[in-house]
Design a protein. Structure first.
Ligand SMILES: Cc1cc2nc3c(=O)[nH]c(=O)nc-3n(C[C@H](O)[C@H](O)[C@H](O)COP(=O)(O)O)c2cc1C
Length: 425
């Protein structure tokens, strides 16, 4: 029994998270082609709810159907009609069946919208994602009216989720999606109030926070997923992240989830991008090395008193316990292990020492991944291939209630591509 991980956490708004383990946001791809939640999503989240996590974060819920992160995202881009209201409510009921928190992650993909969804997405500036393969088009810079419309949509989406029975919301400002694009001087070259100084680059995020807070009221949890850094030369750096965290604290945010990286530099998954990663000025401890961002969280805790969730790389119970006991993390986010072991939180709290590292086994998958990994420009493809393996697990859990860890990355990729094709038809 882990006393540390089983402790409840009270958030600034007064809501209590029953324990310190959270299922991290993972895009499911299980909505209909029009973005409606499905029985498959309900099955998946019921399993996770029964798995003992104090909190479940949904995958990206998009505020614009033309800016999906992936076909099959749930989309709330306007006041929901009765069908959408009923589908959201059924999903929320299934996802809270064990008395846990269930928060909606609200997002807009911006320039990280794939060309199969939108060949010319909108973004802060016309700066294309720097990856080979033609997966992303050159974006068009948003007008200030369009920015105001996106901010409004974040509020509409949050209100709809609250009404449907979600117990909190999270604004996605990490991983190179739209709000993270605004924060980075590499993807935001604007000369107006939304570009230039950090204060200006953080404006879109802070406006979304204000719209969401005003939509849900003071007693409802509002969180932000924020990069500790983009780990790119001239990008959003750790000092910037500290300053933004202070502003978020003032803006009555209840929890910041610390992650890092973008599609170009996928540190969030513990993977190096094509460019060499930009080192950040943070002292690294050796004790909790497996967790990618815990040292950033420890350094951030010195500057802000807002609760922090830390996600990325946690696999050992003692490391999770240490992160919580040291005050570095108030909540531990767990992603990939939950794609197969849906009751990982329950097992950890009952004393399980270590979670499986499926990503490591896949990285050594004969021929293809090791071959791709050896050639730098193809590493991005390998990362996407591994992601598809996890997507296939979520699809199988949602469809049949059981994961398929034996599937190869090749078959998983074929399967996910076929599903996407169906959704786009
Ligand atoms: C299949 C998959 C889907 C993901 N989708 C999202 C998402 O929708 N939103 C998000 O913020 N992060 C997403 N992530 C990142 C995870 O939330 C998490 O930051 C990452 O997996 C690292 O945690 P882990 O080492 O415990 O897996 C995704 C990761 C995976 C593997």
């Amino acid at each position: 029994m882990s006393d540390v991980l089983s402790q409840p956490l009270t958030l600034p708004c007064g809501v209590v998270v029953p324990n310190r383990l959270s299922k991290a946001a993972m895009t499911e791809g299980l909505a209909t082609s029009s973005g409606l939640p499905t029985p498959e999503l309900e099955r998946l989240y019921k399993l996770w709810s029964e798995g003992g996590a104090g909190m479940l974060l949904s995958g990206n819920i998009q505020v614009d159907a033309d800016h999906l992160e992936r076909p099959g995202n749930v989309v709330i881009d306007k006041e929901p009609d009765d069908t959408m209201k009923a589908a959201l409510a059924s999903w929320a009921t299934a996802a809270t069946s064990n008395g846990n928190q269930f928060w909606a992650q609200i997002s807009h993909a911006g320039r990280q919208t794939q060309t199969n969804v939108n060949k010319q997405p909108k973004a802060p500036s016309a700066v294309k994602v720097g990856l080979p393969g033609g997966q992303f088009g050159k974006p068009i810079a948003l007008t200030t009216e369009e920015i105001a419309d996106i901010v409004r949509r974040f509020g509409v989406c949050a209100a709809a989720c609250k009404e449907a029975g979600f117990t909190g919301v999270q604004i996605h400002a990490a991983h190179g999606y739209l709000l993270s694009q605004f924060l980075s001087p590499r993807s935001n070259l604007r000369g107006d109030n939304y570009g230039g100084s950090l204060e200006n680059r953080a404006r879109a995020l802070l406006e979304c926070v204000a719209a969401v807070r005003s939509a849900v009221g003071p007693d409802f949890p509002v969180a932000v997923k924020l990069n500790s850094a983009d780990f790119q030369k001239g990008g959003f750096a750790f000092e910037d992240s500290l300053q933004v965290a202070k502003w978020l604290e003032h803006a009555s945010v209840d929890l910041i989830e610390i992650s890092g990286g973008t599609y170009e530099q996928p540190k969030l998954l513990g993977v190096e991008g094509l460019e060499e990663a930009e080192e950040q000025n943070v002292q690294h401890s050796t004790k909790m090395r497996e967790a990618y961002f815990v040292d950033f969280a420890i350094a951030m805790q010195e500057k802000v008193s807002i609760p922090l969730m830390v996600t990325g790389g946690f696999r050992h119970r003692d490391v999770m316990e240490q992160a919580v006991s040291s005050g570095g993390a108030d909540l531990i986010g767990i992603g990939r292990p939950m794609c197969v072991m849906t009751d990982a939180p329950k097992q950890l709290m009952n004393g399980l020492d270590e979670l499986p590292r499926y990503e490591r086994e896949l990285a050594f998958f004969p021929t293809w991944l090791s071959f791709l990994n050896a050639i730098k420009p193809l590493r991005a493809m390998a990362t996407f291939g591994v992601q598809f393996w996890f997507y296939a697990q979520l699809d199988e859990l949602g469809t049949n209630g059981q994961a398929v860890p034996e599937i190869s990355p090749f078959s998983a990729t074929r399967r996910v591509m076929a599903l996407q094709k169906k959704l786009l038809a």
